[in-house]
Design a protein around this ligand. Structure first.
Ligand code: HXC
Length: 257
């Protein structure tokens, strides 16, 4: 049997998905896409899991969508398959996703990293949208998510020249949440994921939902949405527990309800 394109495991309340196509620099073919998304969907629904950690290898987070798999397809095939549509399911999940990026995060790899909620990068990380060099454009959200994340000037520079951006510049432009030494990247990402997973799951999900909502709505509506979600959380057991624990100077014991 072919080796699985992802390695899925769980550590405490963190669900871990590691891309595992080292010979192809974790190029994201259809089987990898399906495996990543299916694992993430299962973690999202699992009450024992509070955050997802998504990792590649030291050399590459992912060097893009699989070019060899796509190269001979025609437009009607791509349309009929709605190529890349399945990634949308990953972006609909409510559980927070932490990505750990070392080495190449190019094309679909950069786009996958941008689907995560917190992006931890080692200094070796290199981000790019080189699709223009292949005669195409980003197809997994790069032209949209990159622009919303770093603004027009940097997004245009990246998609129109296809250049790779080093980790330091990526952090300066707001693409990266935390930039750390390579040897600390995995441990830092694990710690971030464990921290998030250690909170009340509904609270974490609603925090994520509220931040993502900022990309979809005008400020006035977004603020109303935030306030309503905030009010709604006062019917949760974890709100009562969290605030009682603060007043009683003890750690909260979340029931994730
Ligand atoms: C398929 C890939 C791949 C990819 C690397 N490989 N990237 N296979 N799809 N995206 C394969 C190589 O063909 C090679 O296979 C093996 O991985 C190792 O890669 P090398 O090129 O030998 O490694 P290196 O010289 O270290 O160069 C690393 C690299 C280069 C700079 C990252 O591989 C590269 O430029 N890759 C393509 C990056 C890219 O254009 N990504 C965007 C893809 S398009 P063999 O069999 O030769 O050993 C995309 C969105 C498309 O993501 C949206 C529109 C449809």
């Amino acid at each position: 049997a072919a080796e699985s394109p992802v390695i899925v495991s769980r550590e405490g309340r963190v669900g871990r998905i590691r891309l595992n196509r080292p010979k192809a620099l974790n190029a994201l073919d259809a089987a990898t896409m399906e495996a990543v998304v299916a694992a993430a969907v299962a973690f999202d629904a699992d009450p024992e899991v509070g955050a997802i950690l998504l990792l590649g290898s030291e050399k590459a987070f992912a060097a893009g969508a699989d070019i060899k798999e796509m190269k001979d397809k025609d437009g009607s095939e791509m349309y009929a398959a709605d190529w890349f549509r399945r990634w949308e399911d990953l972006t609909r999940l409510r559980i927070p996703i932490v990505a750990c990026v070392q080495g190449y995060a190019l094309g679909g790899g950069c786009e996958l990293a941008m689907m995560a909620d917190v992006l931890v990068a080692g200094r070796s990380a290199k981000f790019g949208q080189p699709e223009i060099t292949l005669g195409v454009l980003p197809g997994m959200g790069g032209s949209q998510r990159l622009t919303k994340s770093v603004g027009k000037a940097k997004a245009m520079d990246m998609v129109l020249t296809g250049r790779m951006v080093e980790a330091e510049e990526a952090e300066r432009m707001g693409l990266v949440s935390r930039l750390v030494a390579d040897e600390d990247a995995v441990a830092t990402a694990e710690e971030v994921a464990a921290t998030i997973a250690g909170f009340s799951k509904p609270a974490a999900m609603m925090n994520k939902e509220a931040v993502l909502n900022a990309f979809e709505t005008p400020l006035t509506q977004g603020l109303v949405f935030e306030r309503r979600v905030f009010h709604g959380l006062f019917s949760s057991a974890d709100q009562a527990e969290g605030m009682a624990a603060f007043a009683e100077k003890r750690p909260a014991e979340w029931t994730h309800r």
